[in-house]
Design a protein around this ligand. Structure first.
Ligand SMILES: Cc1ncc(COP(=O)(O)O)c(C=O)c1O
Length: 380
């Protein structure tokens, strides 16, 4: 059987990883400024994470949600405390799309309504409602097409207010990334997020903070939406949560009362996934990784802004984007082939940095040096 062609591939096989570094089968070392698509939060193969998973694996990897799973409670307590949302409740699942799917469904159950506001350039996943709220017609199949989703311009407070004024009583939820990832690293303004909060309060709609990519400390706060100083009703999360072990979740505000049986999952919250997620939070806390993301992120952004050819350096913490100059549209490719550095991209010309939150100043300098070198190479 041959493999389905899912993504364009770099012809590299990674066989080993440690911290912010990965090695191919020939032993060639690469700096990972991409974090396997924002997934690596505490660094590849962190010893504490490996130890917790191995320990759990020896005891039990999986039993269904028909029995008490104490690891879920331990995870909920840690997550509540570290995220600063102790009075929220946790529903565990397996991926970002699944988290958003459940968040949207829950909002509709709660309000009894069927309209959702999402934003231009949003990406929320590939399952039915999550993809319908994603601004990319190419990945929405006919069966997922719906008139339930209203797309508005991102960061446009007036457009948001106007829709609520016209049809606020039909709106079940507003779903928004605190920093759009796939859309090209676009930071939501505080005013925009505060207005979402106000409109949702005024009309009884549910504010869903998609924190799948921008959450889990990456921005320099646990949830990037926290910069606005207002709480969301549901936070969805996944990528950084397991440091590569598949796990997702939604954190649900206390005034929402999902009924028993409304949400469910076979694999969600299994013992092994919880062990990985607990290890991640323990390391984030012990090693001060949220503060590190803020410090190293600021340093990277400041240094990138000093390179005049790079335009629109933007982001927060270790979620950074900048436009490749017209003179060096192959910069991302060159970083990989000539400097052995993985970065992310966003169409058409954005380099996205999503490294481990444990990235050191020396690793940041290695990246900056490579960018400076490439940019200084004359074109032609
Ligand atoms: C903001 C955001 N939401 C949801 C998803 C979907 O997550 P998953 O691929 O785990 O389903 C992604 C994935 O890139 C994302 O960036």
């Amino acid at each position: 059987m041959k493999l389905f062609d899912v993504y364009p591939l770099n012809n590299i096989t990674i066989t080993r990883a440690k911290g912010a570094r990965v090695w191919d089968e020939q032993g060639k070392s690469y700096l990972d400024m991409y974090g396997g698509h924002a997934v690596i939060s505490i660094g590849h193969t962190h010893p504490h994470w490996v130890e917790r998973i191995e320990e759990q694996l020896e005891m039990i990897a999986f039993y269904s949600n028909s029995v008490v799973i104490p690891q879920q409670k331990a995870l909920a307590e840690l997550l509540g405390r570290i995220s600063g949302k102790e009075n929220y409740q946790l529903f565990l699942c397996n991926s970002g799309a699944e988290a958003n799917e459940n968040a949207l469904k829950l909002a509709s159950f709660h309000t009894g309504r069927r309209k959702i506001i999402a934003f231009k350039k949003a990406f929320h996943g590939r399952t039915s409602l999550a993809v319908a709220a994603t601004d990319n017609p190419a990945i929405i199949s006919p069966v997922n097409q719906t008139d339930a989703v209203i797309f508005l311009p991102f960061n446009d407070v007036d457009a948001l207010k106007a829709v609520f004024t016209a049809q606020g009583n039909d709106i079940a939820a507003v779903i928004v990334e605190g920093i759009q990832g796939v859309g090209g690293i676009n930071v939501a303004t505080n005013e925009f997020l505060q207005t979402i909060r106000e409109c949702c309060d005024a009309y009884g709609a549910v504010y869903i903070a998609d924190s799948v990519q921008c959450g889990y400390g990456r921005s320099g706060k646990f949830y990037s939406h926290d910069f606005a100083g207002v709480n969301a009703d549901i936070y969805s999360m996944a990528k950084g949560m397991g440091n590569g072990f598949p796990i997702g979740a939604i954190s649900i505000a206390p005034h929402l009362h999902p009924k028993h049986g409304m949400l469910g999952t076979t694999f969600g919250g299994n013992q092994l996934a919880c062990a990985a997620a607990i290890a991640v939070l323990e390391v984030i806390e012990k090693e001060g990784l949220i503060a590190n993301a803020a410090t190293i992120g600021d340093y990277l952004m400041q240094s990138l802004r000093e390179i005049p050819e790079l335009k629109n350096v933007r982001g927060r913490g270790l979620m950074i984007g900048f436009d490749m100059p017209d003179s060096h549209t192959d910069l991302r490719k060159k970083l990989l082939t000539d400097h052995f550095i993985f970065t992310g991209e966003a169409k058409p010309n954005v380099i996205r940095l999503l490294p481990s939150l444990a990235l050191t100043r020396e690793e940041a300098d290695e990246f900056l040096e490579a960018v400076r070198k490439e940019i200084s190479v004359p074109v032609g």
